[in-house]
Design a protein around this ligand. Structure first.
Ligand code: HEM
Length: 231
């Protein structure tokens, strides 16, 4: 399915929401939650790396990787490299973010993988990794035969969108879970922190929606863009 409208306005909206979302998660973790650290006696600072890296890495940089084909004016070859590099950064930050959650649990004697959020999280990061490796091998290096490339492309797009939607939903679940823990231990339900966390989740969902709208819309015209199916 493709929308008969240009993607550019949707990609601009996505960029604006990306900047706002990144600022909001940083304000939450740095100002309200006391900061971020890989090594600390206050183990909460290790946990705080998790939402920051998952949102800015996997969701925002991953989203920018997805819309790069629609938002940038350059040739397909250049956009392919940017798409691949941004996804690699998103994947690495996502892996480090998940390691931070495990590290926090281990150093605080909390069990691992007890929630729906954590199970989905593992599935998402594995699928994201598989998707990246398949894309690299088939579309970049060494590159598959033309028939395999063109047959793979719609599945690459579909599978990528599926994993991304799952990631956005799981991030919302993460915000909900953490805020519920905090409210149980005294954070005010209608206080400024609770509002900030809830609105960060709302914004994350809107960002995800604009990423998907951009995928479904028409790319920026470029002489190198012959058809949708030729990467
Ligand atoms: C798509 C992005 C995300 C993925 C893939 C993800 C993945 C994970 C994984 C795999 C764990 C398990 C760690 C362990 O068991 O030791 C975890 C824990 C956790 N995450 Fe996330 N996360 C994401 C985003 C977020 C966000 C944005 C928040 C917001 C605060 C969050 C909050 C939590 C909390 C509270 C835990 C500890 C409790 C639990 O294991 O469910 N996550 N996450």
């Amino acid at each position: 399915m493709a929308l008969g409208v240009k993607a550019l306005p949707f990609t601009f909206a996505a960029h604006v929401l990306a900047i706002a979302g990144a600022i909001m998660v940083l304000v939450w973790c740095l100002y309200f939650r006391g900061g971020i650290a890989w090594e600390a006696t206050n183990k909460s600072l290790i946990f705080n790396l998790h939402p920051v890296l998952m949102l800015i890495g996997l969701i925002i940089i991953g989203g920018e990787a997805i819309i790069s084909y629609k938002s940038l004016p350059w040739s397909k070859q250049v956009k392919k490299i940017i798409h691949m590099a941004l996804h690699a950064i998103a994947l690495i930050l996502g892996i480090v973010g998940i390691c931070a959650a495990f590290k926090y649990h281990n150093e605080s004697s909390i069990v691992n993988l007890y929630s729906l959020h954590s199970w989905l999280g593992i599935v998402i990061i594995c699928l994201y990794g598989i998707q990246w490796i398949y894309g690299f091998v088939i579309f970049f290096y060494p590159g598959g035969p033309t028939e395999i490339r063109s047959a793979s492309l719609p599945w690459h797009v579909l599978f990528g969108v599926f994993v991304y939607v799952l990631a956005v939903a799981n991030a919302a679940l993460g915000f909900l879970e953490k805020l519920t823990f905090l409210e149980t231990s005294g954070v005010a339900k209608y206080g400024s922190e609770a509002l900030l966390v809830n609105f960060t989740a709302v914004l994350t969902i809107f960002y995800g929606a604009f990423v998907i709208l951009s995928v479904l819309s028409l790319p920026v015209d470029h002489p190198d863009d012959f058809t949708y199916s030729e990467i």
